[in-house]
Design a protein around this ligand. Structure first.
Ligand SMILES: Cc1cc2nc3c(=O)[nH]c(=O)nc-3n(C[C@H](O)[C@H](O)[C@H](O)COP(=O)(O)OP(=O)(O)OC[C@H]3O[C@@H](n4cnc5c(N)ncnc54)[C@H](O)[C@@H]3O)c2cc1C
Length: 512
């Protein structure tokens, strides 16, 4: 397809996507004699939001050899056990989507099925009582997973709430240490090979040109290479996820630093609250068909818990994804690849997926059609499944108190989501996916949290005698609450944990 080995990669853009890509490629390809250039423009800047992450980011950092304490200290991060959803199923509802499974690992039974049986045969407390991360989050407690894998408090996941611009700075230092060449400047033009249509070089405002064999487009929403140059096309998902604007503002933190992100449903969208070490990030994501900009801003600032410390910033977007993520010799990663509102903190994760799949399928010889197809299929599935998961929050609701909520009640859903919800409602079954970030416990948390309760359970678990079921459930519940009682407050744990952490943006790597 492209009979030239790749010796020079040019990454266009120095936001979170650009520097994550530069860090990972420079680390993984260190023995391949590949030169990496990253172009960014301070004048254009970055999108400047994106603070809540998923647990997978820890594995990304580990794969770079970064020391966790250092990352947390350098990015002013806090620990995150999950996301609290307020007012989604109906006004007054509240639930946490935790990072981790319910109960304890059991090869013979799915824990939620045991709970369903107990609930249907006489009652059981809420499923949350069997989730260590939920009970810890509700009590503002945190410690790193510890102990034997079969113990309470050993098996949960956690992520970070961090300053993503500091994260990008840290990765810039890391990448430059690995030999990545950073070029400051604004790209104003692109040249393409007349036969293959491949991008050959980009021209900067200064007149300089940079040629490369492969380009990674991390240029943000506009997609300078993937869209403006190659016209790849965008699948618009506004019919399903109509929110198209946001206001973001930072505020002082009031009270405890909580180990979770909050997403509160509003009349025409939803509002985030993300506690960092030194401040809280807030934002209102909304649909301009259902609320004016003025009212959306007022909704945000009038509900801040602490005083605002920045001017509100407005952002515009269109939900969807590119028709292809890898087109010719351009791979789009980050906002240039597509955008899904940050309700489940998925954007940075999708960057990570893009990078991991690129490394996995990287053409060590020449760009190969099958690898490009495989990359596009994997990324399409990743985006489509996040879309379904986000949509679940809007459609599994009893709310009808505003135009937006009524709009969702009459919506035709993607078949993939209908199948998933039907299987759950019939017998508590969560159809598993090969690709896709959210595993069954996440779907269970949101479906139950939004009041989708199965009408039956999997009868195969009836082989467990009633008394054994009672004992097992009450033991897990009691041990969960005991363990949380003994755990430290998140803020205490964080300051103790960071006492000996390196304090600069220069990179410290894990010792082996
Ligand atoms: C309202 C909102 C809230 C969000 N919250 C979260 C969240 O909580 N969690 C999460 O995971 N994600 C979140 N995201 C997404 C997250 O912000 C992005 O995925 C992430 O910041 C990556 O952005 P990027 O690097 O792709 O683009 P950008 O940050 O826009 O960076 C683009 C880069 O390209 C450069 N560039 C552009 N044009 C040119 C040019 N002509 N010449 C040279 N350089 C150029 C820019 O200078 C910049 O360096 C949120 C997004 C929005 C809109």
């Amino acid at each position: 397809m492209f009979s030239k080995p790749i010796k020079h990669i040019c990454i266009l853009g120095g936001g979170t996507a650009g520097w994550m890509t530069a860090a990972a490629l420079s680390s993984k390809f260190s023995n391949l004699d590949i030169h990496i250039t990253l172009i960014e423009s301070e004048q254009i800047g970055t999108v400047g939001v994106g603070e809540a992450t998923l647990p997978h980011i820890r594995f990304f950092n580990q794969s770079l050899g970064l020391d966790e304490k250092h990352v947390i200290n350098a990015t002013k991060a806090t620990f995150k056990l999950g996301i609290e959803f307020c007012d989604w199923g109906k006004l007054g509802d509240r639930y946490i989507h935790p990072f981790g499974d319910y109960g304890l690992p059991n090869p013979d039974y799915e824990f939620h099925q045991l709970w369903l049986r107990q609930k249907m045969n006489g009652g059981a407390p809420r499923l949350d009582a069997y989730s260590y991360p939920i009970i810890a989050a509700e009590n503002a407690k945190f410690h790193l997973p510890e102990g034997d894998a079969n113990e309470i408090g050993a098996n949960f996941g956690y992520a970070y709430q961090f300053d993503s611009s500091l994260y990008a700075k840290l990765l810039r230092t890391y990448s430059e240490d690995n030999g990545v060449q950073r070029v400051e400047g604004k790209v104003v033009d692109t040249s393409m090979d007349s036969e293959s249509g491949y991008v050959t070089d980009v021209r900067l405002e200064s007149g300089a040109t940079i040629a490369a064999d492969m380009f990674v487009d991390c240029s943000g929403f506009r997609g300078l290479l993937i869209e403006l140059a190659l016209e790849t096309g965008y699948e618009d998902w506004s019919n399903w996820l109509p929110c198209n604007r946001a206001f973001a503002v930072q505020s002082e933190t009031k009270g405890d630093i909580l180990p979770y992100t909050r997403a509160t449903a509003r009349k025409a969208g939803w509002q985030w609250r993300i506690p960092l070490q030194h401040r809280t990030g807030n934002g209102h994501v909304y649909c301009s068909d259902f609320i004016s900009d003025e009212d959306a801003l007022d909704q945000l600032v009038s509900t801040l818990e602490g005083d605002a410390i920045t001017e509100p910033k407005q952002l515009f977007f269109k939900t969807g994804r590119r028709n292809a993520f890898w087109n010719k010799n351009v791979v789009a990663i980050g906002l240039s690849a597509g955008f899904l509102e940050p309700l489940e903190s998925t954007s940075i994760h999708l960057i990570q997926e893009g990078i991991t799949n690129l490394i996995d399928l990287f053409p060590t010889d020449e760009i190969n059609h099958d690898d490009v197809t495989e990359y596009n299929e994997r990324m399409t599935l990743n985006f489509d499944r996040v879309r379904d998961f986000l949509l679940l929050h809007y459609v599994a609701t009893q709310r009808d108190d505003s135009e937006m909520w009524r709009h969702f009640r009459s919506m035709k859903l993607p078949d993939s989501l209908t199948e998933k919800m039907d299987a759950w409602l019939k017998r508590g079954y969560v159809i598993p996916y090969e690709h896709g970030v959210f595993l069954p416990p996440s779907w269970i948390a949101v479906m139950l949290g939004q009041n989708l309760v199965p009408s039956s359970y999997d009868k195969r678990i009836d082989r467990l005698p009633d008394a054994d079921l009672d004992n097992m459930l009450s033991s897990i519940k009691n041990r969960t609450s005991m363990k949380v009682k003994e755990a430290p407050l998140h803020s205490t744990y964080l300051s103790d944990y960071l006492q000996d952490a390196p304090n600069s943006l220069s990179v410290s790597r894990m010792s082996n």
